[in-house]
Design a protein. Structure first.
Length: 224
């Protein structure tokens, strides 16, 4: 309807003119949803009643989808269900990137809204954010080290990262790293990612997950 109002020109009067002006001048933003609930089935993701993914699987994201900025209504429901497990209003700024993480066990799903960094490193390095979305792991220390580094005597990049929490973006140099999630205050390893290569001007969010009684990670590309 709003598109038709935008194209109608001067022939519209009163409220119709106001609505057309608002619609024609509206700006966009980017929204992404990550499914991080280990025992929830595939889900459908809707924004303002329109589906942006009709079968989002665990450990997968929608990728960035362009939507209108401002107040948006996000709903998430299991496929073939009419019961929303996430139903919330988002306030999205123009020309920004936002990630919503659906996490926790199916009996107690929560959502975390994250403002993503879509600007490149000023040093042509990498911006790395760490997110703990593994409900059975609890808090963790996170090490970001060159492969083969002995953790004993090494300080974590982030200490005591709680479930449902994300670090700030950490500036690191380009290259290959190994990332460990450990029991807080110890070097008992929950997750060892193995070698991960990062290239110049990449922004990444690395997410810990509970999967099949163990732990794993998924990495989302925030930029490049």
């Amino acid at each position: 309807m709003f598109k038709r109002l935008c194209n109608a020109g001067l022939g519209l009067l009163g409220l119709a003119v106001l609505l057309a002006t608002m619609s024609c001048g509206s700006s966009t933003t980017k929204l992404r949803v990550l499914h991080a609930s280990p025992d929830e089935s595939n889900v459908e993701v809707l924004v303002d009643g329109t589906s942006i993914d009709n079968s989002l699987a665990f450990a997968s994201s929608t990728g960035y989808v362009s939507v209108k900025s401002g107040s948006r209504h996000l709903q998430i429901e299991p496929v073939n269900s009419t019961t929303y497990i996430v139903d919330q209003t988002l306030s999205l700024g123009a020309n920004t990137e936002t990630t919503v993480v659906m996490m926790g066990y199916a009996s107690s799903i929560t959502s975390l809204v994250l403002a993503d960094d879509n600007t490149a490193s000023t040093t042509s390095g990498v911006n790395l954010r760490l997110l703990n979305a593994a409900p059975s792991m609890g808090s963790a220390d996170v090490y970001v080290v060159t492969p083969g580094t002995v953790l004993s005597g090494t300080s974590p990049a982030v200490s005591n990262l709680a479930f449902g929490s994300a670090s700030n973006y950490l500036p690191i140099s380009t290259g290959t790293y190994e990332i460990y999630f450990t029991q807080p205050g110890t070097t008992f390893v929950y997750i060892d990612t193995g070698a991960i290569a990062f290239a110049a001007n990449q922004n990444r969010t690395l997410v810990s997950l509970t999967a099949n009684g163990s732990f794993t990670t998924v990495t989302m590309a925030d930029l490049n």
